[in-house]
Design a protein around this ligand. Structure first.
Ligand SMILES: [Zn+2]
Length: 226
């Protein structure tokens, strides 16, 4: 049994029916690998909005995503993404399995960025993968907001707060820590009493309550004590 390079990349990218690879274009000169993906004609897709199955394809849009490098070669996935016609939602772009909605990176690229961001500065990541840092920040913002929205502070009852300067001189941030879990639960600008209000609002947005707090440790700054 022989296996084509298209099939190999299909396995590497974890693509399933109706997606398949039409062309792999490798340029040693440009140090670039372009993988062209298409879908089998006549395929139906679920509506990306309501999930209704078997919607017919209305038209397609050409899109490109940056993928993980294969060795030192910058890798891009190109695909004409179908837009489905849904009775209830109208024309909607299909969710592709390799990227989240609106992102110019594949999910694997996203996960690499999130992993690297735990150990490196955004500037260093941007340099390493040769992308503008605003693109990196957008990825991080998406996942951080997503993770934050799922936080549950209902069991937070011991809180410590400390202030730190985020730039030489005057810019202060206050960091609130769940002392039972040794976990940062809130960070905000400033070091005065308004930060307590900011913490309380955030606590209540995530199922917590100031009434549960029976242990609060802070430094001796007069603003906090007030
Ligand atoms: Zn729909």
């Amino acid at each position: 049994m022989s296996i084509s390079q298209e099939d190999l990349f299909k396995i590497a990218l974890n693509l399933e029916h109706p997606w398949y690879i039409t062309l792999i274009d490798f340029s040693a000169e440009e140090k670039q690998l372009d993988i062209h993906v298409d879908f089998e004609s006549g395929s139906n897709f679920p509506c990306a909005n309501c999930g209704k199955s078997s919607c017919s394809v209305h038209d397609t849009i050409e899109r490109t995503w940056r993928h993980l490098n294969f060795f030192q070669f910058k890798t891009y996935i190109h695909c004409r993404v179908p837009r489905t016609e849904c009775e209830d939602c109208g024309v909607k772009q299909v969710k592709v399995p390799w990227a989240r909605k609106g992102s110019g990176f594949t999910l694997l690229m996203d996960s690499l960025i999130v992993l690297m961001a735990q150990h490196m500065t955004v500037t260093a990541i941007a340099e390493m993968i040769d992308e503008h840092d605003t693109r990196i920040w957008r990825v991080l913002e998406h996942y951080v907001l997503d993770a934050r929205s799922q936080e549950d502070f209902s069991k937070v009852k011991s809180v410590g707060v400390d202030e730190t300067s985020r730039a030489k001189g005057h810019k202060y941030v206050s960091v609130f820590i769940d002392l039972d879990k040794s976990k940062v639960v809130h960070v905000c600008e400033g070091k005065d009493a308004s930060t307590i209000e900011s913490f309380r609002t955030d606590l209540e947005l995530h199922k917590g309550s100031s009434k549960n707090i029976n242990n609060f440790c802070c430094d001796t700054s007069p603003a906090f004590i007030s």
